[in-house]
Design a protein around this ligand. Structure first.
Ligand SMILES: Nc1nc2c(ncn2[C@@H]2O[C@H](COP(=O)(O)OP(=O)(O)OP(=O)(O)O)[C@@H](O)[C@H]2O)c(=O)[nH]1
Ligand SMILES: [Mg+2]
Length: 357
């Protein structure tokens, strides 16, 4: 008798689970074959990217090296904060170039779109845990609606928001802060001539915090106060326009003794085209309990019939800053709603939604 299993003639006990499906019918090599090669590849953290050159801090021995993106990963790219596997020349020798062969799974991803209609997103940082929304109380003037945009982006990305009010030597921050009294986020007041280093260090401890805000609000000044050995250039604010000079031109991760902070270039707008409307609603935590009692399918926009937000405004439940908060929420929601149809014709003014907020 043969040792081979021979089914009785006419009896088939094979079923679909026995059929081997080749994952890549065109290729003659299984895709997994390449991987083991990079299994023991050194891992590093992307701390900056300039013109396609990645600055990497190696995890094992904290050496700083330069890498390019491996061909097969070029489209997906990597962001500051990403952990990446490396091949090629990982020495520190001048001109040495390593190659990124894998981007490790991310725990968070902060993105923005150019405007609210744009579904193409730009990645700002990977793996951050906290967002410091940096706002100057004067020079440039603070804008509540940009903060609301950042809060929505933080909520969407799963980052813990904190609010850092800078330049409190120039004006009293209290009237502005009333707008955010209903939120549970920590607020830090800072002035560069006497920075609140201890409070800041406490909040940053153990976190990877991305600093966001308009140009000229003092993000790099804060970074320099926290990490004096990592000089970041700072620039004045244009006296005529009141705008910053876009001094920082790229994202940089900077290591403190027990934390990472990520300095970003100031942006004029922060599009939320990629954020789900539900996440925007939830980020208005002071209004959300009211929103929840709205009629089903309520758009929460100004023309929505029986929107509970209107009732709450009329009966005074939302206090003296309620009208501003509801207005900000509605502007955001309608900006997204107007742009939800990608084929819709839009004016240039519409396309710049969110700019200068
Ligand atoms: N009076 C005052 N000026 C400050 C304070 N913090 C920063 N500045 C000034 O504000 C200007 C802009 O500061 P930067 O730190 O370059 O601002 P930034 O947010 O990094 O700006 P970008 O890199 O362009 O996004 C500089 O002239 C700082 O000296 C502060 O607390 N008080
Ligand atoms: Mg800067």
């Amino acid at each position: 008798m043969s040792w081979l299993y021979e089914p009785d003639p006419g009896q088939h006990d094979l079923d679909e689970t026995d059929v081997r499906v080749r994952p890549n019918p065109k290729g003659n090599k299984p895709r997994t074959k390449k991987r083991p090669e990079h299994k023991s590849a050194p891992i590093g953290l992307v701390t900056g990217v300039d013109m396609g050159r990645y600055h990497i801090l190696l995890e094992e021995d904290e050496r700083v090296i330069t890498a390019t993106m491996g061909k097969e990963l070029r489209k997906a790219g990597a962001a500051v904060g990403d952990r990446v596997a490396l091949a090629g020349d990982t020495s520190e020798t001048e001109g040495a170039l390593a190659r990124i062969v894998r981007v490790e799974p991310r725990t968070s991803l902060l993105r923005r779109s150019a405007d609210d209609s744009d579904l193409v997103e730009r990645v700002i940082v990977a793996n951050a845990t906290q967002m410091a929304i940096v706002v100057a109380i004067a020079n440039p003037e603070p804008r509540t609606r940009l903060i609301d945009r950042y809060l929505a982006a933080a909520y969407d990305a799963g980052l813990k928001p904190i609010l850092v009010i800078t330049k409190v030597d120039l004006a009293d921050p209290e009237p502005f802060l009333k707008n955010f009294a209903g939120l549970s986020i920590p607020v830090i007041l800072n002035r560069s001539d006497d920075p609140s280093i201890d409070v800041l260090r406490d909040l940053l401890k153990g976190q990877t915090t991305v600093m966001v805000g308009h140009s000229g609000v003092g993000k790099s000044t804060l970074v320099n106060a926290l990490a004096p050995d990592q000089f970041r250039a700072t620039g004045g604010v244009n006296a005529v326009t009141g705008r910053g000079r876009h001094t920082s031109s790229s994202v940089r991760a900077i290591q403190l003794s027990d934390a990472w902070i990520i300095d970003t270039p100031g942006v004029r707008s922060f599009g939320l085209g990629h954020v789900k409307p539900e996440n925007i609603l939830r980020s208005f935590e002071d209004l959300y309990a009211v929103i929840e009692t709205c009629p089903r399918d309520c758009s929460h926009l100004a023309d929505a019939p029986d929107c509970e937000l209107d009732l709450a405004l009329t009966d005074g439940r939302l206090g003296e800053t309620g009208a501003g908060r509801v207005d900000s929420l509605r502007r955001l929601m309608s900006s997204l709603a107007t742009h939800s149809d990608p084929f819709e014709k839009r004016s240039d003014a519409d396309k710049r939604a969110g700019a200068d907020e």
